[in-house]
Ligand binder design. Structure first.
Ligand SMILES: Nc1ncnc2c1ncn2[C@@H]1O[C@H](COP(=O)(O)OP(=O)(O)OP(=O)(O)O)[C@@H](O)[C@H]1O
Length: 227
């Protein structure tokens, strides 16, 4: 990302949310992005994910500048390169666990095997349930399955454990760690939880729309992290 800027509103309501972000993420790394509420983390994630656009600057993914892409190419970029995990799971209420995950597979030329993934996610026994019949952790595992089944190169996670209890959060973060190691998926995870910095290869701190610090880290497994 080169000098990425974004504002919302106009005149007296103009808010400069991102004030010139320069950031380089390496392929295959697990990057944790930290910062106080309202500092611009989700905005940055949405711009990288091609859901929102920047006002100025460039975002190169594998050498292609997504800030210059037309909607058709952006759709392809989102479809073939990206997985997105939200704090609220956004599952389709009238589809089963299996079908919710299958939706992600339709978006890929190279999906992972659905039965295999259901087992990895610990959802095999729950595959015929509807979202309202699941716990929060099971719902989040389903949404991770939907994002991961297309085997994306980049996984963007916005507070993926924000709505979960401690034990379930640890399980979910362990799953993301496994996905990063097993498939070499580049992961960018936004969180309020400072302790999660320890599980990252790369720690980025944001404050008031600017990068406060950008450091490499010798990571430890989430199993060894307490908070
Ligand atoms: N669509 C929008 N229109 C107007 N203002 C917006 C919009 N989206 C975000 N903002 C503002 O931009 C600022 C940054 O929001 P953002 O969601 O990126 O912060 P954040 O760091 O992710 O916060 P949190 O940790 O609370 O999720 C906030 O002041 C927010 O009110």
């Amino acid at each position: 990302m080169k000098n990425v800027k974004k504002s919302y509103g106009q005149d007296e309501n103009l808010v400069h949310v991102l004030k010139g972000i320069d950031l380089c993420l390496n392929k295959g790394e697990l990057c944790v992005m930290l910062g106080p509420s309202g500092c611009g983390k989700s905005t940055l994630l949405n711009i990288i994910g091609g859901i929102d656009s920047c006002d100025e600057g460039q975002i190169f993914v594998d050498g292609k500048d997504i800030s210059q892409m037309k909607e058709k190419d952006l759709t392809k970029y989102r479809r073939f390169h990206l997985g997105y995990i939200f704090q609220m799971y956004n599952l389709i209420p009238n589809l089963t666990v299996r079908e919710n995950i299958e939706v992600g597979a339709y978006l890929s030329d190279n999906p992972l095997d659905l039965d295999y993934l259901l087992r990895v996610l610990g959802l095999y026994e729950h595959q015929n349930k509807l979202p309202h019949e699941l716990s929060g952790g099971q719902q989040q595992r389903t949404s991770i399955g939907r994002a991961v089944i297309k085997n994306p190169e980049i996984l963007l996670c916005d507070e993926p454990t924000g709505a979960l209890d401690y034990r379930t959060s640890k399980d979910i973060l362990g799953l993301l760690e496994d996905i990063n190691e097993k498939y070499g998926t580049t992961i960018l995870m936004v969180t309020h939880n400072d302790a999660l910095a320890h599980m990252a290869d790369h720690i980025v701190r944001i404050k008031d729309g600017e990068i406060l610090s950008d450091q490499v880290n010798k990571k430890v497994s989430i199993k060894q992290i307490e908070w």
